[in-house]
Structures are given as structure tokens and as C-alpha cells.
Design a protein around this ligand. Sequence first.
Ligand SMILES: CC(C)(COP(=O)(O)OP(=O)(O)OC[C@H]1O[C@@H](n2cnc3c(N)ncnc32)[C@H](O)[C@@H]1OP(=O)(O)O)[C@@H](O)C(=O)NCCC(=O)NCCS
Length: 158
Amino acid sequence: MKSGAMRRGDAAKRAETSAKSGEVDVREFRASDGAAVRAFWKMSGIQIRPGDDDRSLAAFGERNPGLFLLALDEHGLAATALGGWDGRRGWLYHVAVRADQRRRGLARRLVHIIEQRLRERGCPKVNLIVWDDNAGAMEFWEANGYTRATTVEFEKVL
Ligand SMILES: CC(C)(COP(=O)(O)OP(=O)(O)OC[C@H]1O[C@@H](n2cnc3c(N)ncnc32)[C@H](O)[C@@H]1OP(=O)(O)O)[C@@H](O)C(=O)NCCC(=O)NCCS
């Protein structure tokens, strides 16, 4: 049996939603969602990376109004998608769907909302990174009109 502390911990990790049974409610990230989204990403096979701490997530949401989306159902977080606009390119990060909600068009729905909002801001092109062993994600992106680039990613942790 779970301890009271565990139950309180679980509750604190749940992102708030008004979604009713069978409904999926899409809303923007709130600063209080950090722990819930990180728990969700770990469960959904998304690696927690630099920039996924509470302060960075809140800053990302503030810089990108309308683009940091959560989908919630009666069980809690069902999907996430982070859109970023730096004035030259749009970027997509952490598109993930809870296993029992996959292949119902949820990721496509969130990505389409972000693409539309990026277009409205004058964004001409969207980029994203996929781990090279993630064949399912590559098929998802191809099915949604994305093409594989021949570029190689470089990185440096600051
Ligand atoms: C990739 C992921 C986000 C797709 O979410 P989803 O909600 O299941 O995707 P959708 O239902 O919107 O899929 C739309 C279309 O993309 C394609 N597609 C999606 N997932 C696919 C998969 N695993 N294999 C092949 N094609 C896939 C299909 O054409 C699908 O349409 P269909 O179901 O009518 O055939 C989800 O599998 C996931 O969360 N994976 C783990 C996290 C991850 O790898 N994220 C990507 C990071 S780059």
C-alpha cells in the first residue's frame, strides 16, 4: 500500500485539468506543471535534457506564448509538444503521447496547432531533432510532411 506521503507526492505531480471522461483538453504549460511534465517525459521515453528544469521550462513558456502545449484527459497528462520561435526558425521539442493515447491523432493535433501559430507569426520553417534509433518518431514526422535533413547536429553544454 502507498504511504500518505507518496499519495501527496503523486497528486502534486499531476497537472491540473478540467477534462471530463473521454475528452482531451489542450492548454498551455503553467509554471506549476514542471514536475508533472518531467515525470510524463520519463514515462514516455523522452530524455530529460538541459533546459528541462522548472526555471527553464517557465522561461520557455513565457518566451513562446501559445506554443508550449499540454493535452490532458481524465487520467492526467496525455501529450506534450513544445514549439519555439526564435525569429528565424521554429523549433519543436518533446512531442510525446502517453502510450494508451497513441495512434489517435493527438501528436498530429498538437503539432498542427503549433505550426499554425508559427505561421501566423511569420515563421518560414520548422526544425526538430530525432534520436537516430527512434524509427517510430521518424515515421510520425514523415507522415506529417517533415523531410529528413542531411545536416549533422553539434552541441555544447554551457
Ligand atoms: C511519436 C509519437 C509522438 C506519435 O504520437 P501519436 O499521437 O501516436 O501520433 P499520431 O496518432 O498523431 O500519428 C499520426 C500519423 O503518424 C504516423 N505514425 C505515428 N506514430 C507512428 C509509429 N510509431 N510508427 C509509424 N507511423 C507512425 C502514422 O502515419 C499516423 O497516422 P495513422 O495512425 O493514421 O497511421 C508517439 O509515438 C510518442 O510519444 N512516442 C514516444 C516519444 C517520442 O519518441 N517522441 C518523438 C520525439 S522526436
